[in-house]
Design a binder for this molecule. Structure first.
Ligand code: NDP
Length: 334
C-alpha cells in the first residue's frame, strides 16, 4: 500500500518535497477488520490550514471513498463502498479501534443512484457544511440578500444554490470571470463578482443596493471587511473558513480589526462553526444528505466535481485547488 506522509511544515504554498509517498505492508486480516481500496480521495483547503496543528511527520488526512476488497467484518462486506477520513492512502486496513474513533468518520456510503464521488463532495462533508452552516447559522428568510465568498467551490457553490431554493437573492464572490459566468449562467446566482478585478465596494453596492443580510464566509481578509461594511442591521455571518490566510504563518496574517466596528454598529451575529458539530454528539449528517439528494435529483442543485486522475497527482490537485483551478468539488480518482 502507499500513503502520503507530510514530513515538513508547509511554508507558503505547499511544496512537492514537503510530502513523501511511503510504501507499507498491510498486516494479515483478523476478525472484525476489513481492507479498502481507495476510489476517490478529497483535496481540501483544511489540509493546508491544519498543518501547524500536527506533529511532523504525519499521514495526510482527508476524506476518501474506498471499496472493501477483503473483509472479516459482517457489517462491511466485500464490494461495499465506505466513506472515511483515512486520508491520502491507496489501501487501508480498518479495525474496531478505527471504527470507534469518531474522528475517522467511517460509514457505509448509501447507494442513492448518484455519482459515487459526491460522497466526498455535495453528499459528504462539503454539502453538509453548506447545509447546516448556512441554514442554521445564517437562518435565511425569503427575499433576503445573501453573499457567499469562495462561491464556485465545493461548499460555496452548494450554499448559493440552497439560498436560491430558500428564495433569497444571491451574490457570489469568485476569482475569475469564467467562474462569474458559471455561477450566473449555470448555477442560478443572481450576480457574481470577480474579487480580483473590481472596485469591490462599488461592485457590491451596485448589485446589493439594499444591503446584505447574510454572509457565508469562506475567504476572510479585506473581502470580509468590504462585505460586512455593507451588511444590514442584525445581519448574520456564518464563518466557515478563511482560505485567504491559510498559506500565511500566524505572524504574517494581517492584524486587521477593520471588521469589528461593523459588527458592533450593525449588531451583526458572527458565528464560527465546524461541521463535526452536527456529527457528534448527535449525528445529523443523514438529515442533510437526504435533503441534498432530493435537491440534486430534482435538478435544484447542480453538484459539479472537478476531477484529477491518479494517486500520484494528489499533490498537483491540492496546488490546483489553492490556486483556484477548481469549479465545484476538487477530487482525485485513484
Ligand atoms: P473550495 O472548493 O472552495 O476551494 C478553494 C477555493 O478558494 C479555490 O477554488 C479558490 O477559488 C478560493 N481561493 C483560494 N485562495 C483564495 C484567496 N486568497 N482569496 C480568495 N479565494 C481564494 O474549497 P471548499 O469548498 O472545500 O472550502 C471552502 C472553505 O470552507 C474553506 O475556507 C474551508 O476551509 C472551509 N470549510 C470549513 C468547514 C467547517 O466545518 N467550518 C468544512 C469544510 C470547509 P477562487 O478562484 O474563487 O479564488
Amino acid at each position: 500500500a502507499r500513503k502520503y506522509v507530510v514530513k515538513k511544515y508547509f511554508k507558503g504554498l505547499p511544496k512537492r518535497d514537503d510530502f513523501e509517498i511511503v510504501e507499507y505492508e498491510l498486516p494479515p486480516l483478523k476478525d472484525g477488520q476489513f481492507i479498502m481500496k481507495a476510489e476517490w480521495i478529497s483535496v481540501d483547503p483544511y489540509l493546508r490550514a491544519y498543518n501547524p496543528l500536527n506533529a511532523i511527520p504525519y499521514d495526510q488526512f482527508s476524506f476518501q471513498i474506498g471499496n472493501v476488497t477483503e473483509s472479516k467484518h459482517a457489517d462491511f462486506p466485500v464490494g461495499c463502498k465506505v466513506v472515511s477520513h483515512m486520508g491520502w492512502c491507496d489501501y487501508c486496513l480498518i479495525d474496531e479501534k478505527i471504527l470507534k474513533d469518531e474522528s475517522n468518520k467511517v460509514y457505509k456510503l448509501p447507494d442513492v443512484g448518484l455519482p459515487t464521488e459526491l460522497g466526498v463532495g455535495a453528499l459528504g462533508m462539503h454539502g453538509i457544511t453548506a447545509y447546516f452552516g448556512f441554514l442554521e447559522i445564517c437562518k435565511p428568510k425569503s427575499g433576503e440578500t445573501v453573499v457567499v465568498t469562495g462561491a464556485a467551490g465545493a461548499v460555496g457553490s452548494i450554499v448559493g444554490q440552497i439560498a436560491k431554493i430558500k428564495g433569497c437573492r444571491v451574490i457570489g464572490f469568485v476569482g475569475s470571470d469564467e467562474k462569474v459566468e458559471w455561477l450566473e449562467k449555470e448555477l442560478g446566482f443572481d450576480k457574481a463578482i470577480n474579487y480580483k478585478s473590481k472596485d469591490l465596494s462599488k461592485a457590491l453596492k451596485e448589485v446589493a443596493p439594499n444591503g446584505v443580510d447574510c454572509l457565508f464566509e469562506n475567504v476572510g481578509g479585506e473581502l470580509s471587511a468590504t462585505i460586512m461594511s455593507q451588511m444590514n442591521r442584525r445581519g448574520r455571518v456564518a464563518l466557515c473558513g478563511c482560505i485567504s490566510v491559510y498559506n500565511h504563518d500566524a505572524s504574517e496574517r494581517p492584524k486587521t480589526t477593520s471588521v469589528l466596528p461593523y459588527i458592533v454598529a450593525r449588531e451583526l451575529k458572527v458565528e464560527g462553526f465546524h461541521v463535526r458539530n452536527w456529527y457528534s454528539p448527535v449525528n445529523r449528517w443523514p438529515e442533510a444528505i437526504t435533503a441534498l439528494v432530493g435537491w440534486i435529483k430534482t435538478g435544484k442543485i447542480q453538484a459539479k466535481s472537478h476531477v484529477t486522475e491518479g494517486f500520484d497527482k494528489l499533490f498537483d490537485a491540492l496546488i490546483g485547488l489553492l490556486n483556484g483551478e477548481n469549479f465545484g468539488k476538487a477530487v482525485v480518482k485513484v
